[in-house]
Design a protein around this ligand. Structure first.
Ligand SMILES: [Zn+2]
Length: 254
């Protein structure tokens, strides 16, 4: 008799014999985290990698999913001039992620959930790939930008809007591991710039690595207890989206 749960949900840790016992008969869903290396104010350059991996680990049991190894390199864009970050050219990135998703489909997963940690050009690539590969492989693909899907959670916990490397991500990193946040390197508002309204201005490199969604709101507050509440609520909302989406796919017999 196989165990009631797999010994691990992480695809790089399970062996092929056990994988075969679970997928696709008893596990039809895979979570694929995707990030990039990019400056994030007082927190880690790998925030966009670490956050979706943490979400995947937090929700995999609840949504009965395997966790695919993260795709760590991505399309960083306007912040790639900051030390330690860089951009993978779009055509290369697209082809590589496409092969990863096709590979997951080929292993029998029916529901492929792309947990994206980074926005801008990367979001556009993933959304178009999701549709293309879903159609081609007859799988069901959900692409979710966790920070923007959960922007209401920031407002609920912090009473204001968040920002790139603001509370939205800095608090999330604090909850994952406080050593990922260096409060003493944060010098306040001078380190942040509001995201320009569309077609007003743009700059390369962007002048700050903290980008506020609303001017004057979203500065990191470094409050660990609030961060833990926020982390739990984000994971709850993410798991609910995945459950509801799969339930509706099932209902529609897609
Ligand atoms: Zn980020």
């Amino acid at each position: 008799m196989p165990n009631p749960v797999p010994t691990t949900r992480e695809m790089e840790r399970i062996n092929w014999m056990e994988f075969r016992e679970w997928v696709p008969e008893r596990i039809q869903t895979v979570l694929l985290p995707l990030g990039t290396l990019e400056a994030h104010g007082a927190t880690a350059n790998g925030t966009d990698i670490i956050a979706p991996v943490a979400i995947a680990r937090a929700i995999a049991d609840r949504v009965n999913a395997m966790i695919a190894p993260v795709v760590p390199y991505g399309f960083t864009g306007v912040l790639d001039a900051y030390p330690g970050g860089f951009t993978i050219p779009e055509d290369v990135y697209r082809a590589y992620v496409r092969a990863v998703v096709v590979g997951l489909a080929g292993n029998g997963f029916r529901n492929i959930i792309l947990l994206n940690g980074h926005g801008g050009g990367q979001t556009a690539v993933l959304q178009s790939l999701g549709q293309e590969v879903g159609r081609e492989t007859s799988t069901r693909i959900l692409v979710v930008n966790w920070w923007s899907y959960c922007s209401d959670v920031v407002r609920e916990v912090y009473g204001e809007d968040g920002g790139h490397a603001g509370n939205t991500e800095t608090a999330f990193m604090l909850a994952v591991d406080p050593s990922l946040v260096q409060k003493d390197r944060y010098s306040g508002a001078e380190m942040a710039t509001p995201i320009p309204a569309p077609n007003t201005w743009s700059a390369y490199p962007f002048p700050s690595s903290i980008l506020l969604y609303t001017e004057g709101e979203g500065y990191p507050d470094f409050d660990l207890e609030k961060a833990k509440v926020y982390f739990t609520k984000v994971n709850e909302k993410m798991a609910a989206l995945i459950e509801e989406t799969i339930a509706k796919w099932e209902l529609a017999k897609l």
